[in-house]
Write a protein that binds this ligand. Structure first.
Ligand code: C2E
Ligand code: MG
Ligand code: MG
Length: 578
């Protein structure tokens, strides 16, 4: 027994040494102290306080290191019930369980109402009874604490993913006939916010979003969790419209920096109760993914079209390997023209893949490239496309006696491959073409998403002589200052930038600025997706050097492109190198 004479708090090391649970006995009668000590001493570490004030001092000092308080109601200085009220009002120690010890039957009820967990009557019952009550109380309280700690996310106080799914399942069992909605909420570009404003800011943002979502869940009779990083889930009885939820959560998110944060929500309404709980949220996520790059919409709903799309994608994934083996992927070539001379000259091409599926027919890359990018399969696909392309280039070189520069698309997954540069060198060598004939298109957003990694990969590729084209320029977020430091040889203007600039009321100045900027950096510019004579002329007047688009030619199969090359070759319609 520790008589609290030395006033010394135990260190964590002391605690490990004793590893016994600590009980604070608040009791002024020495005889009672001795009885309790005899009952409990062998299993617990006991601290005795013989007055109310002393008990308070010990509780404040020891705090949650105390596993149980045995509280006598008749103390010389304070009333036991007042101490109990004080304990229950404490912010850090209110959860310590208290067993009240009294001979006054009336006080038992009152103490239970104030928050005592149990009572022991005086004179004390048999040792076994006291020991059992003490042990059981400590076990229950510790179990509850453990659940409380693991079921809640430390930062936001919302449920953790695991408990959320358990409670959502439980909810279903008790409310079988209630139609439910599954929602996923996500903070757009959270990793950028983290990077730009720091972890402290990002954490506060998550806390505000968590709090707003918690309140919303409570109001709507649902439950919420933080699934991971910046993704939150909400499961609640079916509601017609979640515009109010988005508004409230966005307002909370923007408190520190008004208008700065965008919340994206995917809704799977009226969930199918026969499917797995996690799958319901996967469906909500599929909906949210639809608006990833759409800055005008914050809510997307999972519907039948999306369901069909998922089934279709499932099929594409299943058929991928067969398609590679049976060469169902076809490489098409779209010519690029140098428009500086009076008569535009062919200056190269872009290799674009198509899938000629035996059952589904002609499938365009928009339907499968993003899908294969999301699971890494694109690595194998691109390998195939590069091989086919380099083989064609080798053949054309022999046939026409000149190298035809062709650009291939390099996805960000490819760029992570440490062997990429060596592998491409082996490829060009095997086909007898120079590295400078193989141009590599890397999309602008890859540079902004993972700048360090991409820059290092690209620098290595350039050292080996490959030509780097930044694809889809103008669709991402690169700043002018960033562009000037990037290792690129050619910039490809995104089609939508041109369409938007040249339509009625379009912002043509923006396009002009970009063209001038490329000029000042001495980076040649290709305009992509040029369809009309008007666009062609406008771009030429602004000083754009190259054009790729339906205005000149659509992407065509290898044989047709070879024929096209033969004609241009005969009519001196190809740029002479240098
Ligand atoms: P991208 O690399 O930006 O390719 C340009 C896209 O614009 C091509 O679409 C091309 O057919 C289309 N296009 C060209 N001129 C015009 C025009 O005048 N009007 C219109 N409306 N469109 C035009 P496509 O072939 O459907 O490819 C779409 C995207 O799929 C490509 O965009 C690229 O990101 C990706 N992709 C295509 N082939 C491959 C590949 O082999 N590997 C990888 N990783 N991605 C590929
Ligand atoms: Mg491209
Ligand atoms: Mg492009």
């Amino acid at each position: 027994m520790i008589e609290d004479k030395n006033n010394r708090a135990q260190t964590p090391a002391d605690r490990v040494r004793t590893s016994k649970r600590r009980i604070l006995i608040v009791e002024d009668e020495p005889i009672n102290q001795q009885i309790l000590a005899a009952y409990l001493e062998s299993d617990y570490e006991l601290i005795i306080a013989d007055s109310g004030e002393q008990a308070k001092t010990i509780i404040e000092r020891e705090n949650r290191a105390i596993s149980l308080i045995l509280l006598d109601l008749n103390l010389p200085d304070l009333h036991g019930l007042d101490i109990l009220r004080w304990i229950k009002a404490g912010s850090t120690f209110s959860k310590i369980p208290v067993i009240v010890m009294t001979s006054d039957g009336e006080a038992e009820v009152e103490s239970l109402n104030i928050g005592a967990i149990d009572f022991i009557t005086k004179p004390y019952p048999l040792p076994k009874v006291v020991q059992a009550r003490v042990r059981r109380t400590i076990e229950l309280s510790e179990g509850r604490d453990l659940i409380r700690e693991t079921e809640r996310d430390g930062l936001t106080g919302l449920y953790t993913r695991e408990y959320f799914f358990r409670y959502a399942d439980q909810f279903d069992q008790f409310h079988k006939d209630t139609p439910m909605d599954a929602l996923i909420l996500d903070i757009n570009h959270f990793h950028m916010i983290n990077e730009r404003f720091g972890k402290g800011y990002a954490d506060r943002l998550l806390q505000r979003v968590g709090r707003a979502l918690y309140d919303y869940a409570n109001r709507s009779g649902g439950i919420a969790c933080r699934r991971n990083a910046d993704t939150f889930l909400l499961y609640c009885p079916h509601g017609s419209d979640y515009a109010d939820a988005v508004e409230t959560v966005t307002a909370a998110a923007c408190e520190e920096e008004p208008g700065h944060v965008r919340i994206r929500v995917g809704v799977y309404a009226n969930v199918d109760p026969s499917i797995d709980m996690e799958l319901r949220f996967d469906r909500a996520k599929s909906a949210a993914d639809l608006i990833k790059n759409d800055y005008t919409t914050c809510i997307a709903t999972y519907d039948n079209d999306l369901h069909e799309k998922e089934i279709y994608e499932e099929r594409l994934l299943e058929d991928f390997h067969d398609a590679l083996v049976h060469k169902q992927f076809k490489v098409y070539f779209q010519p690029k023209f140098d428009i500086r001379p009076e008569k535009p000259l062919l200056c190269g091409a872009e290799a674009l893949v198509r899938w000629v599926h035996p059952v589904l027919g002609f499938v365009s890359p928009g339907a499968f490239v993003p899908l294969f990018e999301s699971n890494g399969l694109v690595r194998q696909l691109d390998d195939y496309v590069w091989r086919e392309t380099a083989a064609c280039q080798g053949r054309w070189k022999k046939k026409f006696g000149r190298e035809i520069p062709v650009s291939v698309n390099v996805s960000r997954v490819d760029a992570l491959d440490p062997d990429l540069a060596d592998m491409l060198c082996r490829l060009t060598e095997a086909n007898g073409i120079s590295n400078s004939a193989l141009h590599l298109e890397i999309t602008e957003s890859a540079y902004t998403d993972d700048a360090k990694q991409i820059i290092s990969t690209v620098s290595k590729l350039r050292e080996k002589g490959f030509v780097i084209e930044m694809d889809d320029f103008g669709s991402g977020y690169s700043s002018i200052s960033m562009i000037s430091t990037l290792p690129i040889d050619v910039m490809k203007l995104d089609r939508m930038l041109i369409v938007n600039a040249l339509k009625e009321q379009g912002n043509i100045r923006m396009l002009k600025v970009i063209i001038d900027m490329a000029d000042s950096l001495s980076v040649p510019l290709i305009a992509e997706g040029v369809e009309t004579e008007e666009q062609f002329k406008a771009l030429k007047d602004m000083g754009c050097e190259m054009i790729q688009g339906y205005y000149f030619a659509k992407p065509m199969p290898e044989q047709d492109f070879e024929q096209y090359l033969a004609e241009k070759h005969q009519n001196n319609g190809i740029v002479t190198k240098g």
